[in-house]
Design a protein around this ligand. Structure first.
Ligand code: NAD
Length: 275
């Protein structure tokens, strides 16, 4: 086996959200692994060694199309890391976290070689773990024709997106599972990660929305928040050719939260915080 164990040397990869937090940590790892890393974000990244950065607001499909056209040629791996917390307006949260993420993915997979280690990974969240129970409600959104149709679904009934952050993350999980079957025919894999609390700039926003005490005391069996790089490595693994038989799954990088919840060791009422 060569020194390029994860198989990223010379690969063209796109990272959304590379200006901050988990996206920045992921871009930095990928540069170090020898990939040609192209960033998309509303802010300029400071990661050294990037091949390009394009300003791109994921709320605007026209900007996504232009950014993907600018990167052009072949893209081997896509990392969907951009996101907005629940302190932003519900519609913006849905547009960035799901509608824009899906539009970017659909555009980028058009540039991916078939049956040649191409892969997509998206960051969802522990906040999206209820996706299986809500699948019937989510499927019309997940399978909607395009960005405008997805946006129309969000606008049709404000009650649908009253918990926009959780709904957007459930939709990522559902889209990953659903789209994996059709992309598999082309030899393209798609997976997602569900991180637990992680110390990035977004944590201050969660503290504003839910209270600092709630975030500090959120039950994590490992007993602490993750560091951004601890979320970046699972993403890098999932998109690596080393994970070549893994598709349509969600990896719960949550310090043991889901295991504790499913086995009755964590009180599920923690998922319905007040205030
Ligand atoms: N921090 C946590 O505890 C946590 C936990 C679970 C999931 N997540 C998810 O992880 C992902 C990364 O978040 P983070 O914690 O690194 O936060 P962050 O705020 O540090 O990074 C988010 C990035 O997304 C970019 N972004 C925001 N709006 C955008 C838009 N309209 N178009 C393009 N880019 C945009 C920001 O500029 C920023 O670079 C997000 O999807 C977030 O929801 C975070």
């Amino acid at each position: 086996m060569s020194g390029d164990v994860l198989g990223y040397a010379g690969k063209r990869v796109v990272v959304s959200g590379a200006a901050s937090g988990m996206g920045a940590a992921t871009a930095e790892l990928l540069v170090g692994l020898g990939a040609e890393v192209h960033s998309l974000d509303v802010r300029a990244p400071s990661v050294p060694g990037l091949a390009s950065h394009t300003d791109c607001d994921l709320r605007d499909p026209g900007q996504i199309d232009a950014a993907v056209a600018r990167i052009g040629r072949v893209v081997n791996m896509l990392f969907n890391c951009a996101g907005l917390p629940n302190t932003f307006p519900d519609l913006d949260v849905m547009l960035v976290n799901f509608c824009g993420l899906r539009h970017l993915t659909e555009r980028v997979v058009e540039l991916m070689p078939e049956h040649a280690d191409s892969a997509v990974v998206s960051i969802a969240s522990t906040a999206g773990i209820g996706w299986v129970q809500n699948l019937a409600t989510l499927m019309p959104l997940v399978t909607s024709a395009d960005f405008d149709a997805a946006k129309a679904w969000c606008e049709e009934d404000p009650a649908r997106i009253a918990n926009a952050y959780g709904t957007s993350k459930e939709a990522i999980n559902a889209y990953t599972a659903w789209r994996s079957s059709t992309l598999a025919r082309r030899g393209i894999r798609i997976n997602c990660c569900n991180p637990g609390p992680t110390d990035t700039p977004m944590m201050a926003e969660f503290e504003k929305a839910m209270g600092k005490r709630y975030m500090d005391e959120f039950p994590v069996p490992l007993g602490r928040h993750a560091r951004p790089v601890e979320q970046a490595w699972p993403l890098v693994f999932l998109n690596s050719p080393r994970a070549s038989f893994v598709t349509g799954v969600a990896l719960d990088a949550d310090g043991g939260f889901l295991g504790g919840l499913l086995t009755g060791q964590i009180d599920p009422s923690v998922l319905a915080p007040r205030g």
